[in-house]
Design a protein around this ligand. Structure first.
Ligand SMILES: Cc1cc2nc3c(=O)[nH]c(=O)nc-3n(C[C@H](O)[C@H](O)[C@H](O)COP(=O)(O)O)c2cc1C
Length: 446
């Protein structure tokens, strides 16, 4: 989205997360959005006016009683000059002032005087966030129409864990875009292919090999991409999850059927392979139920490797989706294994998670992932799988924003005309040694 006609007034309060406001300014400026910063006295302990000024390419305001500021701009004009007022980070203190109608510094005065929509991104220690006073203030503000993004849950600078982390700048940006242009959805016109759930590999007509994948993560990703406007084809193994709204479902059972359904769904701009595809199928599966033998001996099953769906669809060529994302379910050395897998498979990003039984992730409702890209490894906090999906969708939208919109190109032409930026592509990758894959590690997300 271009925000080139828009103007954001960004209020930065005193919190450890204030440094992330610098990245938010960069993202807004990259979209052509004008940014004017207001810094609280405490905020200036964490980021300097000089950094804000350099990144926003605009004057930074901090003092309510500056004669020059009042003659040039004035706090009332400042409060109304923007299309949207964003408070990021919003400290517990500033939220309390907003709820109480205080106006004892420039930030709180601007917030009381503004007639524009306000978006707050809270950030504070988990106890401060969960305190009934803060919760009551947030409820009051939400009732008055203040919009909120976050906070996220995760490890905090104060070595505690829980809700209170500032939302990541791309998420705040997505919330800003949604408020400034509610009708617009950043993935409109894009086609996303998502796989989800386990595969079932038959032994005979009544028995099969399966795994513990619930499909919750893949289904949530399909829903999150659809919410951002993408046309989504969800290729799903057998799951008990309800169908995500607004998504075209292709139901399959085996890995071979999943590969065929994915290939049939091309071309796609985005492909997210979250399914837990069985690495092997039974070579000698029978058409008739295998009977118990009188002597009690067990039948011998011989296994054969399934097609590698991620590697097949990530292979360079005109049909390759613009952004290919694989999942890695690991039980040890998660970062190392995921980094190697990204290169080995030729995909752009890997979402890696630790599925050791003690994490409760496989089949559970939460996920703690690493996002591995050509640019490095990001550690995301443990979040509900729906939140992981929303974050991933926001990151995908951000990556595709930097590429020209593909438009209605004929099949096969898109990849040639719409290359992703370097950081989102694996074009520079080289194959690394095959290595030995742990059982069940193929393309798997819980
Ligand atoms: C090192 C340090 C980190 C802090 N981090 C936070 C924070 O993340 N969130 C918060 O609400 N307050 C935090 N505080 C407290 C605020 O800075 C303090 O409440 C201040 O009065 C907020 O002022 P403001 O709301 O005008 O910006 C922190 C204080 C210190 C000294």
């Amino acid at each position: 989205m271009t925000l080139s006609t828009k103007h954001v007034l960004l209020i930065i309060a005193g919190g450890i997360a204030a440094f992330k406001s610098l990245e938010l300014i960069r993202l807004l400026r990259a979209r052509g959005c004008a940014v004017t910063c207001v810094l609280t006295k405490a905020g200036a302990e964490f980021v300097t006016p000089l950094s804000l000024q350099a990144l926003s390419e605009n004057r930074v305001y901090a003092d309510l009683f500056s004669l020059t500021d009042e003659s040039e701009m004035g706090h009332i004009q400042l409060s109304r000059s923007a299309d949207l007022v964003v408070v990021a980070p919003a400290s517990a203190d500033l939220l309390a002032k907003m709820a109480g109608g205080h106006a004892d510094d420039l930030a709180s005065t601007v917030l009381l005087a503004t007639d524009k929509p306000v978006l707050a991104a809270p950030a504070m220690n988990v106890r401060m966030w969960l305190h009934p006073a803060t919760q009551a203030n947030v409820a009051t503000l939400a009732k008055r129409g203040v919009h909120f993004v976050g906070p996220d849950e995760g490890a905090m600078a104060c070595h505690e864990y829980g809700p209170g982390r500032l939302s990541e700048p791309p998420m705040i940006l997505a919330a800003i875009e949604a408020l400034l242009d509610p009708g617009r959805r950043p993935l409109a016109g894009r086609h996303a292919l998502v796989t989800s759930g386990p595969t079932h590999e038959p032994i005979d007509p009544v028995r099969y090999i399966a795994n513990r994948s619930s499909g919750r993560q893949g289904h949530a990703i399909a829903a999150a991409l659809a919410e951002l406007g993408a046309r989504v084809t969800l290729v799903s193994g057998p799951v008990a999850m309800p169908d995500p709204p607004g998504v075209a479902i292709r139901r399959i059972e085996t890995a071979a059927e999943m590969l065929a359904a994915c290939q049939n769904a091309l071309p796609a701009d985005i492909a997210v392979f979250a399914a837990a595809v069985a690495d092997w199928r039974v070579a000698n599966a029978t058409d008739r139920k295998i009977k118990k033998t009188p002597d009690g001996s067990a039948p011998g099953l011989s296994l054969v490797a399934n097609p590698d769906i991620l590697a097949t669809l990530a292979r360079p060529g005109p049909e390759r989706p613009g952004l290919v994302i694989g999942f890695a379910a690991e039980t040890n050395d998660v970062a190392e294994n995921a980094t190697a897998k990204r290169l080995r498979k030729g995909c752009d990003w890997i979402v890696a998670n630790d599925v050791s039984p003690e994490t409760g992730i496989m089949g559970g409702v939460e996920n703690a992932v690493l996002l591995v890209t050509a640019g490095g490894i990001e550690t995301w906090p443990r979040l509900a799988k729906e939140e992981v999906a929303k974050r991933l969708a926001a990151r995908i939208a951000e990556a595709l924003q930097e590429t020209p919109h593909p438009g209605p190109l004929p099949q096969g032409e898109r990849e040639k005309k719409s290359p992703l930026p370097l950081r989102a592509r694996a074009a520079e990758q080289t194959e690394v040694g095959g290595g030995v894959r742990p059982p069940g590690s193929e393309n798997t997300a819980p």
